[in-house]
Every structure is written in C-alpha cells, then in structure tokens.
Design a binder for this molecule. Structure first.
Ligand code: AMP
Length: 227
C-alpha cells in the first residue's frame, strides 16, 4: 500500500504517519527527517539546504525530486512531507506510474492555523527516535527526556513563532492546492487533526480501510468480475 499524508507542519502528520505505518506494517518516509539526517554542513549544497529549512522555506523541487526518486523504490510506504508543491505532486504521479505502483490514498489532516502555532512553538523532538512531545499538551514523563528511548529532547531550529507563520503562508499558497488534486482523483481522506491523538489515528484507519474497500469493489465492477 502506498499512502501520502498531507497537512501543515504541526498538524500531526509525523505522529499519525508513524502510527499508521505501524498498523499496516509499512515504511514511514518523512522527507523532513530525511533532509535533517542527511544534511552534513560539510558541503555548500547542504549548507544552503539547511538555511532554507531553518528559515521555513521549501527546498527546490528539482532537489526534492532527485531525493524522493531514490527513497520511493521498494516496499509499501506512507510518505510524510511530500508532495508539498503541485510540481512535486505531478512528478510523484509520474514516478509511481513508472514504478508500476500508483498512490492508493492521500490522507489530509486539517488543523486551524492558531492551533498550529501553539503546537509547534511548544514542540520538542527526540533526535534519536523522532518521537514528538509538547511542553503542555503531551509532556515527557521526565523533563527534556524522551519517554521511548531516553534521548535528550530538542526544539527544531525552524519551530520558532515567526518561522512557523512563514511556513503556514507557504503551506496555504503552495501545498493546499494539492489537496484538491487528490480529491478530484477520488483519492482523498480528510479529517480534523484536533482532539485525542489515538482517536484521530483510529478514525484515519477506519476511513482508509472503508475507502480502500470501496475502491476495490469499484475496480471489480469496472472489470465486470463482480459476483
Ligand atoms: P517537515 O519535517 O515535514 O516539517 O519538513 C521540514 C522542512 O524540510 C520544510 O519546512 C522544508 O524546508 C523541507 N522539506 C521537507 N519536505 C519538503 C518537500 N517535499 N519540498 C520542499 N521542502 C521540503
């Protein structure tokens, strides 16, 4: 199964993608995590990419596409953080078509901008296992320490209030139009990302399973093999 998860930074894409990957036993591919891990400030290109990320700007499509091309080959996955532009969505279609395995469904998580700002500015991330915490809504049991692996929690450099506002502006201008792109292909599942994290996961899984079943039945009917 090949899934996408869409939504603004802070909507809970990473947390939900991790839970869904675990439930369906598929890979969780986060382009943001990939960039943060691969960036070694030793080359001029990496330094330029790091500056873009820290400022809350997007990494150019051409570079993102060459990265994604490599990491998409292989098993089933849930792709988190890609596509973020219309050009990336079109290119992803083309890559998946060439690999002979189209995207099965795009999940979209909606959270109001004010909530996003509150969430991101209090967010703490484990650099080792990528678990997310929040100083108010989901604090770790022990301050600054990851509940899962004991790593020292950090704030991402792009999680400041002004950078978050800039990222939201880019999200509305460049990423929101993609939601409609998947909706028109009848591949979209949208849900609110406000409320209990586990309930949101359960809701997404139920919607996804129902929609996949309907898509499968529709395909059978189209082929005339319905009994
Ligand atoms: P994320 O962890 O998904 O919030 O991504 C962090 C940052 O990585 C973004 O603000 C961008 O600078 C960069 N990034 C991640 N995915 C993409 C993408 N598909 N296209 C362009 N930039 C990206």
């Amino acid at each position: 199964m090949r899934l996408l998860i869409l939504g603004a930074s802070g909507a809970g894409k990473g947390t939900q993608a991790q839970a869904i990957a675990k439930h369906f036993d598929i890979r969780h591919i986060s382009t943001g995590d990939f960039l943060r891990e691969e960036i070694r400030p030793s080359t001029a290109l990496c330094r330029a990419v790091k500056r873009l990320i820290d400022r809350g700007d997007l990494v150019p499509d051409e570079l993102m596409l060459s990265i994604v091309h490599e990491i998409l080959e292989g098993d089933d996955f849930i792709l988190d953080g890609f596509p973020r532009t219309f050009a990336q969505a079109l290119a992803l279609d083309e890559i998946c078509g060439r690999l002979g395995s189209p995207i099965d469904m795009a999940l979209n998580i909606h959270v109001p901008d004010d909530d996003i700002i509150q969430r991101i500015t209090g967010r703490k991330v484990c650099p080792d296992c990528k678990a997310m915490f929040h100083i108010i809504f989901y604090p770790p049991k022990q301050a600054f320490t990851c509940d899962n692996c004991g790593g020292t929690l950090e704030q991402r450099p792009d999680d400041t209030a002004s950078t978050v506002r800039h990222r939201l502006k880019i999200y509305h201008e460049r990423t929101v139009p993609i939601i409609d792109f998947y909706d028109r292909q009848n591949l979209l599942i949208s849900t609110s990302g406000t409320g209990d994290v586990e309930e949101i996961t359960q809701n997404l899984i139920e919607l996804l399973e129902a929609k996949l079943l309907v898509a499968k039945l529709e395909k059978k009917m189209e082929k005339g093999i319905w009994r």
